[in-house]
Design a protein around this ligand. Sequence first.
Ligand SMILES: [Zn+2]
Ligand SMILES: [Zn+2]
Length: 346
Amino acid sequence: MNNRMMAAVLYGKEHLQVEPVAVPTIDRGDILVRVKVALTCGTDVKVFRRGYHARMIVPPAVFGHELAGDVVAVGADVTRFSTGQRVVAANSAPCEECFFCRRGLQNLCEDLLFNNGAYAEYIRIPARIVERNTYLIPGHVGYQDAALVEPLACVVRGFEESAPREGDTIAIIGLGPIGLMFAKLAKLYGCRVIAVGRRKTQLERAGALGADELIVAGEGSDPVKAIRDLTHGRGVDIAIEAVGQPQTWEWAVNMVRRGGTVNFFGGCPNESTVNLDTALLHYSEITCKASFHHTPAYVRKALDLINAGHITASFFVNSEEPLANLLEVMRHLMSHNGHLKTAIVP
Ligand SMILES: [Zn+2]
Ligand SMILES: [Zn+2]
């Protein structure tokens, strides 16, 4: 193998370059993966716009975190994998020793190890992720399908944390790839889905995934009233916010029935605040959750859903671009909302 490769390096705010860098070297417990596909993610677009992410990536750094590929080298201590295997690796792994890990809250691990560098020909998967969050891809599953495991793990966890029951009515606000994954999952669980989105194409996608009712959240519309009209004035059992804006967080609280659950899944811009009606929260006994990230158990659950064919890339990925075009892809995703994921092929 040549010891140079092409990789995207993030230098700062809206500044990235696809350039030759050294192929990563691996340690005893690591593996080296030839990236077959890396998927764009809303988080990457956010990082590109801001130039950094306090917890996940500090530039200059290789970039991208949703990937699937082939093992091309393994460290001396690696026993679980061998060269030639098709694998998918999550973007992080917990320590399994800290206060939070011991309570099953590995998503809040005090020493969560993040890995970036998926927009490249090769990526090093560090030992801890190799041991705890890397899996073989079965022969019948495509690389793009498998690469959905990381966002899907966050979604499956967020969904289960909202304690859905079969037959529940669930409002999903925001119909990007994450909101659409929630819609698909809710249908798999036997729930009634009311999808709330701004764009016609997004609402059509939600409908294609099985959403029962579609609500346009446009200028002059009142999605909260629309939800109440569809639920005998009562409100939904669960409202999932998958936008990450204070206004939609507030909508979510006003959409649920008494005793209902809100999941603030979308992270708002830093230092955002929201106004919540305390009487409503208290006298209506509203449960508020705000699920973040995933745990190894949910990575496995997500992979099971993918391997069973319930979640496929066809619904969440709608274009393919070579690595060399990453800068244009990021710029485009930043300035145009309403996109699905793009598959970057190094
Ligand atoms: Zn992601
Ligand atoms: Zn930990």
